[in-house]
Design a protein around this ligand. Sequence first.
Ligand SMILES: [Zn+2]
Length: 509
Amino acid sequence: MVTGVNAGRHRLFDFWERDLEIYGFRLTNASFRAAPALWTVLSERDRRVIVVNVPMTFPPEPVNGVLVAGRDTPGLHSSFTHPTGVREELERVLGCPYVIVPNDWRWMRLGRPGKAREELLNEVDIRFAAVRHLTRTRDWDFCMFVVSATDGAAHFFWHLHDPAFPGHDPVLAGQLGDVLLSVYQRTDECLGDLLEELGGDVSIVIVSDHGSGGRALRAIHLNRWLASHGWLHFEEDGGPEGRARHWVADGITRLKGVAYSLFPYQRLTWLRRMWPDRWRRWLSGYELFAGVDWSRTQAFSEERRGNIWINLQGRDPQGIVEPGIEYETLRSEIIAALESMAAPETGAPVVHKVWRREELFDGPFLDCIPDLLVEVESPSQFSIHRGDHSGPAIRLLTEQEINALTITGDHRMDGTLILHGPGIRSGVTITRVDMRDVLPTVLYMMGEPVPVYAEGRVVEEAFLAEWFAAHPLTYGGVGAQMRDQEGYAYSEKEHRWIEERLAGLGYMD
Ligand SMILES: [Zn+2]
């Protein structure tokens, strides 16, 4: 959305990134982003920006204007604004603490949905109040902000919103069934007020990166599934030793959870460096892949998503699959098997499509992306198996598990794009648009040249033909350095990363 390029180029594939030296993952943040964001491009061109609460903007970038980082910010007391002091200013004006993300999850887990509802609506109010203050007090050409509550409300209140959801409680729905709708209505009202204040010459782009729907009420344990096909092997060491390993794995997960909420990212990186590498490898492997016998494993999954990695020679520390024919044959076999995976309740296919990574992505960071990506309707059905290797690979949740679910809504692939402003056709529905089209379209609306490296297109069909003809689309401007794919300009930091990785593969010593 904000870079106009795919994740193989901008690098932020997920909140985690595979550390190829070990079977482990590191947390990502804005400093990992390899492609300039919209606000970077605009800042370089001396346009003034306001950016509020966009995910993956921490640590805050020194933009030409104001940037208040989003959900990857490690707490209100970290330095998450550019310039510094914006949080204090906002809190003075708001008369209450600033909100980065609503505390919805915490209240739902504590069994207090009424408090979660308050927090969600409060986030909408705080967000718009912050944006209104910044747009009133700064000169600006571009303002982008993200409302988190629409996503949270769909995740936490789907079971009360949708009467067809199993375990839908009509009494509770009578009190809280309207939370999802009211969060959208509150957002809509606030947006209306903001637009009225801004006046008619402002162009508006409303965009979501995904849709929402109900959570599928089954669990897919990809590592068990791979094991059932003989592509993954677990160590045969149940008994006290095996159980001890799982306690260790469980303990690490909990400790890391505490550390991530206590320490800013830089401190975590510092902490990681203090650990002997031997420990790091050992613990990391334990955490997500407890009990995997790497010497006999051809494919594995981190299970948080529908991601599958091939245990590849020359890339993975204990890789056994040869690159080339063996790798391709294995991927084809896994794809065929996955596409025939049937839902236990209906026998219908579960998997929409399995993608080879190069079908969706390309660029210098392709290696950070899993070898296979499994697309299903509701991605939360991918579940971590937590050390129990014996159960079924795909199963329905029990009634008890369904009733205990905190998250009942899930993402859908399709999002929304709404355009409004000078030159935009009104009352028409545009057909399919790619996420990467947002950056070129926004730049075009601002009368700015589109960087030549952008993979998306200007959504031309949204504009009046005569207006489009009178405002020719231009390419170029600052930020065009990414076009040259061979000579991709790595920053110092990326250089170090690549060197480390090559050293891990034994290419540089
Ligand atoms: Zn979400």
